[in-house]
Write a protein that binds this ligand. Structure first.
Ligand code: BG6
Length: 484
């Protein structure tokens, strides 16, 4: 595990004027500071191209934090003034990195920081390599510890992820590297291990003996939201499936780890990825939203969104089916899907149980066989539900499906944002909830053939559940999608 307790340090955030900093990183840093979860006296140095000074950066940060409703304005202002600094980096050449090095050293001296540094690359994928090279060549390692946090997507295919790993390892040891997948910071995603391995009754059902199919849905009602420049090159497979949905898959399917340490857990996740049978083109449906409506509000089609090419081939929806060829899951279908502009935001895993071998109730006209299901609600309405069959009271034999429900909010209130959890772990040096080098490569390996030879695009109206073609994936394997 990592070092004991967080030590005073300097965050150096590249991409400091970007969307991610504004919406996620800055509010998380503020909350960590405000709740005393970061070592007093730590500082943040924002780095980006924009030629602005500390004061302008602080004003921008204050506006962002106010918009995020992080706290009352006075406290926010005090945080910005005392904690935030800014250094413009016009390019990634040695001169600019030399200036950055001097700025870091000066800040550390003025604020008596011990030289512990966290470099956070909140950057587009194409900027990772030049920034890592610049950091490494400038000798930005210091007397204290150094860690590097790298956002997703880590590469855009297998070859680029491998090259990026080689580059990272030229300058950093794997224990210093924190590849972020913010789904791993979500309480309900971490709870998957507790749900399975602290509950014997659950785990004893968790295999091909009892489970008939597993469905993982990451649905979003949002569209591309002004991120066309990034999304046009990424698409749903790279943006959601290769990372978030695949991480959920590994936690659902993995074997119990030997211990709770980071490598035990990550070893088991890697084994799942290694056991996935190779995907054929017919196992995948790519979709793109066309104009439509949600609750009477008209919505643009993807190709009409600002910054999107009129003939864009980028998918905003992916559905796929796979099998995990191991002792626990052999022959059990796993269905994964994600999409933008679906009817609602919902990340859920549904495990459907096998039907009873013999049914005594089929003769009743009222009864339509409904398999038992466990639904894990990752977000929103976090919790889980168990759908099961109940006899309706009365002389006549009637059976109905009902649900037992557990919702986090009823017991624990609102859940913290995943970023706070992950940033705390970076400060502590605990990589358990981050993606290891071999793990990221294995997940790219799974999807690489599809990226090189993508199946043809299909279309779905905004506000619908995606292309009809996705039904085929389930039907051909004698199954259906459950969340609707
Ligand atoms: C990001 C993707 O990683 O995750 C976005 O780039 C997506 O396209 C977002 O909207 C979804 O995150 P969450 O936490 O809202 O489910």
């Amino acid at each position: 595990m990592g070092t004991m307790g967080p030590e005073r340090h300097l965050w150096v955030v590249f991409g400091a004027t970007g969307d991610l900093m504004q919406r996620k990183i800055l509010p998380a840093l503020y909350r960590l500071q405000a709740s005393g979860r970061w070592p007093a006296g730590s500082r943040v140095l924002g780095v980006a191209r924009r030629p602005i000074d500390d004061a302008a950066f602080r004003s921008w940060a204050l506006l962002s934090l106010t918009a995020a409703k992080a706290d009352d304005p006075e406290r926010l202002r005090a945080f910005c003034d005392a904690t935030l600094f800014y250094q413009s980096l016009p390019d990634t050449g040695p001169t600019s990195f030399g200036v950055l090095r001097q700025r870091i050293q000066a800040l550390e001296q003025t604020h008596s920081l011990p030289g512990n540094r966290i470099f956070y690359l909140a950057l587009p994928v194409q900027a990772f390599a030049p920034t890592l090279t610049g950091l490494g060549a400038a000798g930005l390692h210091s007397g204290g510890w150094t860690r590097v946090v790298i956002e997703k997507p880590f590469g855009w295919d297998l070859a680029s992820a491998e090259a990026l790993n080689r580059l990272v390892h030229q300058y950093f040891d794997e224990t210093q590297v924190f590849r972020i997948d913010h789904y791993l910071g979500k309480e309900t995603v971490q709870n998957l291990l507790v749900f399975r391995f602290a509950n014997m009754f659950i785990e004893s059902l968790w295999s091909r003996e009892r489970i008939d199919e597993v469905e993982i849905t990451v649905a979003e009602s949002l569209g591309v939201e002004g991120r066309a420049a990034y999304y046009e090159k990424a698409g749903a497979l790279r943006d959601m499936i290769q990372n978030h949905a695949t991480q959920v898959l590994t936690l659902i399917a993995m074997e119990p780890p030997a211990t709770r340490t980071e490598d035990s857990i990550r070893n088991e996740k890697v084994k799942v990825l290694q056991s996935v049978a190779r995907l054929a083109p017919g196992d995948v449906v790519r979709g793109q939203y066309t104009a439509g409506a949600v609750a009477g509000t008209p919505l643009l089609g993807y190709r009409e969104e600002p910054g999107v090419a009129p003939q864009s081939d980028t998918e905003t929806y992916v559905a796929l089916r796979l099998k995990i060829a191991n002792w626990r899951w052999q022959d059990v279908p796993f269905f994964l899907r994600t999409g933008k502009r679906l009817p609602l935001k919902a990340t859920r895993v549904v495990l459907t149980f096998k039907a009873p071998p013999v049914s005594f109730f089929q003769t009743s006209e009222e009864y339509e066989a409904n398999p038992d299901r466990i639904s894990i609600l990752i977000q929103p309405d976090e919790g889980f539900e168990l759908a099961f069959e109940v006899k309706v009271p009365g002389r006549e034999l009637r059976v109905q499906t009902h649900r037992m429900k557990f919702h986090y909010v009823d017991v624990f209130g609102e859940l913290p944002d995943g970023y706070e959890t992950l940033l705390t772990d970076v400060m502590l040096g605990d990589p358990t909830l981050f993606v290891r080098a071999d793990e990221v490569e294995e997940s790219w390996r799974l999807y690489d053939p599809l990226l090189r030879d993508p199946p043809p695009l299909t279309f779905y109206p905004a506000g619908s559940w995606g292309p009809a073609e996705a039904e085929r994936l389930a039907q051909e394997w004698g199954r259906r999608w459950y969340l609707e």
